[in-house]
Ligand binder design. Structure first.
Ligand SMILES: Nc1ncnc2c1ncn2[C@@H]1O[C@H](COP(=O)(O)OP(=O)(O)OP(=O)(O)O)[C@@H](O)[C@H]1O
Length: 261
């Protein structure tokens, strides 16, 4: 594994029945970067995320995280879970638990000896990192807005102090103001904690604002993994339509305005 990489995917094939989603796919993620993963619907962005975190067993290939081999399986779930945090697309909070219990859930699962007091303190710290007041911990997920639930899910993903965060469409379903605040939060976490972030997204504003590099899934592979301005130069029909369309141009305009503010 090259020293600058924290994730390496080599020659991965994923297939469901006769439907080949990925064929001989390669990807590298570098330490400390935010990588945006984009592609048309059904190109396999979530399947790629699930493969990297060990939830989807590929038909072929090799996956390494921080030098540990995830496939062919060598690292245990515990080892892996100490390195990574995942924010799933729907937040996936436990509806019958309080917010604080949700945030503490990974600690409880992997550190049975942790005291209640310490777990509560850690939950409070993680909620605060995610931009929430500690008193939110006593509430139930159903009492919160969509934006707050995403923040709780982020706090839970951070519970084990991961080196890498995986975010599956973190701003989906948020209004533009909440989405923009969430983008800011993610950028702040990367800058203050030095996290590496793998972010599947359809949100062009997040790409322009947050991402150091962008990986594009098309034709069953990652066709380019590069800074955004390089990606936009690639003469591929999906890329040209996605970035050159009205929404792409608007997001680029917003970035320029934001950058010069
Ligand atoms: N467990 C599964 N069984 C069968 N097919 C699956 C399974 N998981 C994913 N697929 C298929 O794999 C393809 C890629 O799915 P995936 O959810 O990764 O797409 P995506 O790029 O994340 O799409 P979207 O942007 O719409 O969320 C889809 O055709 C999907 O139906």
């Amino acid at each position: 594994m090259a020293p600058e990489n924290v994730i390496e995917v080599r020659g991965v094939t994923n297939q469901f029945g006769s439907h080949v989603v990925h064929q001989d796919l390669d990807l590298e993620v570098r330490k400390g970067e935010i990588l945006g993963v984009v592609g048309g619907s059904g190109t396999g962005k979530s399947v790629l995320l699930r493969t990297i975190v060990g939830l989807q067993v590929p038909k072929a290939g090799r996956v390494e995280i921080l030098g540990k081999t995830i496939y062919p399986r060598e690292a245990s779930a515990k080892e892996l879970n100490e390195d990574i945090g995942i924010l799933f697309q729907d937040g996936a909070l436990f509806s019958s638990m309080t917010v604080a219990e949700n945030v503490m859930a990974p600690l409880r699962e992997y550190h049975h000896d942790i005291s209640d007091k310490l777990a509560q303190e850690i939950a409070g710290m993680k909620l605060s990192l995610a931009g929430l007041d500690a008193d939110v911990g006593q509430k139930m997920p159903s009492d919160l807005s969509g934006g707050m639930r995403k923040r709780v899910a982020l706090a839970r993903a951070m519970a084990m102090d991961p080196a890498i965060l995986f975010l599956d469409e973190p701003t989906a379903g948020l209004d533009p103001i909440s989405a923009s605040k969430f983008d800011e939060l993610i950028l702040g976490l990367k800058e203050s904690l030095g996290l590496t972030i793998f972010m599947v997204t359809h949100d062009l504003d997040s790409l322009y604002r947050d991402c150091d590099r962008v990986a594009v899934l098309a034709d069953k592979k990652v066709i380019i993994n590069a800074p955004l301005d390089e990606v936009q130069q690639l003469n591929h029909p999906w890329i040209q339509e996605y970035f050159g369309g009205p929404r792409g141009r608007a997001a680029q305009g917003a970035k320029l305005a934001f950058g010069s503010a």
